[in-house]
Design a protein around this ligand. Structure first.
Ligand code: PMP
Length: 347
């Protein structure tokens, strides 16, 4: 071990993901569709006016204002980040003292535990039920017993696609003394009314996280935002790095939220593609779990993953306890068909 490195991080691995640009890429929950032509045209026109020699607006005010308008909140209720990943880190950085408890259902988005470890917190994992739905009773019991400083509720859940109802989230908020982070990265894909954004000002311990990386097809721009009461936003801003969102991403995000109908229509198309994928998998005798997101969660026979990779079809493999599961995001109908055709001879 190199002496000057921090020993408590020695068990962690650097994040690595192959940069794939070819093949059927169904492993990162991205949009299979590129951004609208109008956005490309807008950026071509805008790029000359953007003052790249200057730092960007440190508070991303144009973007925050556009977000505030859409959700009918005040600009003071919005914080913008380099993806919602950065905001997860800022939330924990502004909240945790050494050893403080953080709760997440499990499995859920891996960065909750990664950032908890980096911010010296202690993660408590509450298992999902055996059918991979949320165990709200167990979550509330653990919240009451442990009173974690931060509680992550991913809605819909990555990687399983299950959801909380609004009433379930309210019931958790009722017993939680710590900050409840509702991560709505995939909420645009749900056909149920689940968003907690309309209620952020009813609670002093609720923050909703959103990203442009999924339904808005802007994963490469790295931009997201959080919506909460002013006090929570102020706290996060104390640790948010200056000039965090670059000038291009601020402009792209602002255009996207101002033209959200285009993206929401695309999200509906992606949901149709997910339903097609689910049906195709069921026709092969496979059993995807019910999903409200742009991906499905299932078990597959051994060695399918490697066989698909050989055909340049990429899905996500995850080890949960001692079992292996797979998460596959919806592609275009053509991509779904390529996967299903390949699976036909493998399952
Ligand atoms: N939350 C969830 C549940 C996610 O799946 C992801 C991305 N995989 C993020 C947050 C982070 O998204 P980004 O940083 O791209 O905004």
């Amino acid at each position: 071990m190199v002496k000057f490195l921090r020993e408590r991080f020695a068990t962690m691995a650097p994040y690595h993901s192959a940069y794939l640009t070819e093949g059927v890429i169904l492993n990162s929950n991205e949009s299979p569709y590129s951004v609208p032509e109008e956005l490309v045209a807008y950026m071509k026109e805008r790029v000359g006016d953007l003052l790249v020699n200057r730092y960007p607006d440190t508070d991303s005010l144009e973007l925050a204002n556009a977000v505030a308008k859409v959700y009918d909140v005040k600009i003071e209720n919005v914080v913008c980040g380099v993806g919602s990943d950065e905001l997860i880190d800022c939330i924990l950085g502004s909240t945790l003292e050494d050893g403080d408890k953080v709760l997440m259902p499990y499995p859920s988005f891996s960065m909750y535990s990664q950032f908890t470890q980096l911010n010296s917190g202690q993660m408590i994992k509450v298992p999902l039920k055996s059918d991979f739905t949320y165990d709200v009773t167990a979550i509330k019991e653990v919240v009451c017993k442990e009173q974690p400083k931060v509680i992550f509720l991913c809605n819909p859940n990555n990687p399983t696609g299950c959801i909380f109802t609004r009433d379930e989230i309210r019931s958790i908020l009722e017993v939680a003394k710590g900050l409840v982070v509702v991560d709505e990265a995939y909420a645009e894909f749900s056909e149920k009314e689940i968003s907690m954004i309309p209620y952020v000002n009813d609670y002093d311990n609720l923050i909703v996280l959103k990203t442009f990386s999924k339904a808005y097809a802007l994963a490469g721009a790295r931009v997201g935002y959080g919506i909460a009461c002013e006090a929570v936003i102020n706290l996060i801003n104390t640790v948010r790095p200056p000039y965090n969102v670059n000038i291009f991403s601020q402009a792209i995000g602002t255009w996207a939220i101002e033209h959200r109908d285009i993206f929401l229509e695309n999200a509906r198309r992606i949901v149709d593609n997910r339903k097609m994928l689910e049906q195709g998998l069921r026709n092969l005798g496979l059993k995807p779990y019910p999903s409200e997101a742009n991906f499905v969660w299932l078990t597959l026979p051994e060695s399918v993953f490697e066989a698909l990779e050989e055909k340049q079809i990429y899905i996500r493999k995850m080890k949960i306890e001692d079992s292996i599961y797979y998460r596959i995001n919806a592609g275009t109908p053509e991509e779904n068909n390529k996967l299903l055709e390949a699976l036909k001879v493998l399952v």
